[in-house]
Design a protein. Structure first.
Length: 364
C-alpha cells in the first residue's frame, strides 16, 4: 500500500475494512470526539513527479488512498463549481495548472445544482489533453424525495449520461447524495453494486448522509452490498459542528476518507481582515462588517499564520483541514489559474502545534 500523507496518520483510528456495526452507540463510543484535543502536524511525506508540463519536475505529497478502495488522490481536490458559474473561458488554463502542479482529483459535482456544465467542460479538457489516466473524476448521483424515487434504471441512466458528457468509460468516485432518507438503502446500494461490477464506477462516497444512515450502510455491507469509501461533507473553520459531532465520529470509526466541501466557506476564509489605516474598497468593508465576531477572530488568526509562513489565508485554512483526523482531500472551487498555486502549496504547508491550537480556539 502506498505511503500516506503524514498529517493523516490517525485517520483510521477505530476503523476496520469490512466491519459491520449493529448500532450507532457501538461506533459513537469507539472513537473520541475530534474537538477533545487540538490537531498536530508533521512534515508530509513527498514524492517527485518527473514529467510536469508546467514547471518540469516537482515535489508533491504522496497520494492518499480513499478508504481501502485502491483509488489514490493528491491531498487537494478541484471543484468545477466556479466553472459552472461563468469562468469557462479560464477552464482549460485552470485545469492545466491544477494537473501540472500535481493535482488529480476533479469533482464535477460539488453542490445541489446539476453537474452537466462541469462535466462537459472537464470532458472537453480531457479529450484535448489526453490526460484521463492522470486524473481521478468524482461526480454524484442524487436520491431526491418524491414520487420519482431512484431505481436501478434511473441511477444507471444518470451515470451513463455523466460518462457520455465526460467522454470516459469510468467514474473513479461516485458520490451518492442522500436527499431522501426514506428510500431504502438496500435498493440504492444494489444499484450502485451493479455499477461497480460493470467497471463504470471504481469507488463510492456518501454525501448528505446522516450518521445513522452511514451505520445502516455499513451493516448492509456486511451482507454483501458495497460499502462507502469516502464522505463528502461541508467542513471548514466556520462550520465545524456539523462534522465534528456524531458524523465525524462515525466517519473515523468506519475509516472513511473525508473530502471537505466548500473548505473556504464560499471564499470568506480567503480574505484578509482590513487593518486600521489601510485603504479598503466598499466590497471588502461590507464583507468584514457582515463577518461577525467569530469569523473576525478566525480571519485575524489566519492572517497572522499566513504572514508567518509567507503564504495566503486560504492556504492556511486548507492546511488546517489537512491536519484534522480523517480528512483526505479538501475540494476547493477556484476561478483563476493563479489561485491554484497558493492552494496547491497548502498540501505541503506544515502548521505548528501552537498555530493549530490558535485556529482551533478562534473557530470553536
Amino acid at each position: 500500500m502506498a505511503r500516506k500523507h503524514a498529517q493523516h496518520g490517525a485517520r483510521r483510528a477505530g476503523g476496520r475494512p469490512g466491519a459491520a456495526t449493529a448500532c450507532a452507540a457501538d461506533e459513537l463510543d469507539r472513537v473520541p470526539a475530534e474537538t477533545s484535543e487540538p490537531s498536530t502536524a508533521e512534515p508530509p511525506t513527498t514524492a517527485e513527479i518527473q514529467t510536469n508540463p508546467v514547471s518540469g519536475p516537482i515535489t508533491v505529497p504522496y497520494r492518499v488512498e480513499l478508504g481501502d478502495s485502491g483509488v489514490e488522490v493528491h491531498s487537494l481536490g478541484l471543484s468545477t463549481g466556479a466553472l459552472d458559474r461563468g469562468a469557462d473561458a479560464h477552464a482549460a488554463d485552470l485545469l492545466d495548472r491544477f494537473a501540472g502542479l500535481g493535482g488529480d482529483l476533479i469533482a464535477v459535482a460539488d453542490g445541489p445544482a446539476a453537474p452537466v456544465g462541469g462535466e462537459r467542460v472537464v470532458g472537453a479538457w480531457l479529450a484535448s489533453r489526453g490526460t484521463r489516466d492522470r486524473v481521478r473524476l468524482m461526480t454524484r448521483v442524487r436520491c431526491s424525495p418524491g414520487p420519482a424515487r431512484p431505481t436501478t434504471r434511473t441511477i444507471t441512466d444518470a451515470v451513463d449520461a455523466s460518462l457520455g458528457r465526460l467522454g470516459t468509460d469510468r467514474i473513479d468516485l461516485l458520490a451518492f447524495h442522500d436527499d431522501d432518507p426514506e428510500t431504502p438503502l438496500e435498493e440504492i446500494l444494489g444499484a450502485l453494486d451493479a455499477l461497480l461490477a460493470s467497471g463504470k464506477v471504481l469507488a463510492l462516497a456518501a454525501a448528505g448522509c446522516s450518521p445513522e444512515r452511514l451505520i445502516q450502510a455499513r451493516v448492509l455491507a456486511a451482507d454483501g452490498l458495497p460499502r462507502f469509501q469516502a464522505l463528502a461533507t461541508p467542513y471548514h473553520l466556520l462550520a465545524r459542528r456539523g462534522f465534528e459531532g456524531a458524523l465525524g465520529v462515525v466517519a473515523r470509526a468506519q475509516g472513511l476518507a473525508v473530502l471537505p466541501q466548500s473548505p473556504l466557506a464560499g471564499g470568506v476564509l480567503g480574505r484578509r481582515l482590513h487593518r486600521r489605516g489601510e485603504p479598503r474598497d466598499a466590497t471588502a468593508a461590507r464583507h468584514q462588517h457582515r463577518a461577525g465576531r467569530r469569523a473576525t477572530r478566525v480571519l485575524r488568526v489566519l492572517g497572522e499564520v499566513a504572514d508567518a509562513h509567507g503564504t495566503d489565508p486560504a492556504a492556511v485554512a486548507v492546511a488546517w483541514l489537512l491536519a484534522r483526523p480523517a480528512v483526505a482531500a479538501p475540494v476547493v472551487a477556484v476561478r483563476r489559474p493563479d489561485q491554484v498555486d497558493a492552494l496547491m502549496r497548502a498540501a505541503s504547508l506544515v502548521l505548528t502545534r501552537s498555530e493549530l491550537v490558535e485556529l482551533d480556539r478562534a473557530s470553536a
